[in-house]
Design a protein around this ligand. Sequence first.
Ligand code: MC0
Length: 146
Amino acid sequence: MTALPTHLFEALDHVGIAVTDLDEAIAFYRDTYGMTLAHEETNPEQGVREAMMTVGDPEHPHSHIQLLAPLDESSTIAKFIDKNGPGLQQMAVRVTDIDAVMAHLAAHDIRVLYPEPKKGTAHSRINFVHPKDAGGVLLELTQPGK
Ligand code: MC0
């Protein structure tokens, strides 16, 4: 297999945690770890209310923890919590060109979930590598919005 060119993966962007109550989780990460709320959004297509908590200096953010609460029982997050309980649901890498990453993975028969990227947090473009093709890890690909 040809490896993905290194410039396409920029950084570990965030780790996603499934939670039952978003406000409670925000308060826990803020009051316990001193993390700051960078962004909060409802994404109906993904079935989530989500909050990005900055790890470290909010003036110079490098990475985030994303708290993901289900919008309703049909949400993938509700299904995840029913099966596993709250906890680590996904890891997200920031990519420079999501279309190129998807083409590379398709060429190596690694399944991504959507034929075209969908709308993610803060106008990013996202897709996911299926956990069954990635050692049990749901890997999100996220290309930041302009
Ligand atoms: C399921 N599996 C996982 C997993 N979810 N493995 C690792 N991590 C996860 N999060 C495994 C199950 O254990 C099972 O394995 C197999 O995959 C099928 O799972 P399932 O419970 O039957 O669930 P499915 O197939 O209905 O759905 C799994 C799938 C789904 C990954 C396709 O969760 C999905 O579409 N996820 C992508 C969208 C998403 O997660 N959206 C929420 C975040 P066994 O061995 O039991 O067969 S939205 C977001 O993140 C946005 C806002 C953003 O950041 O911008």
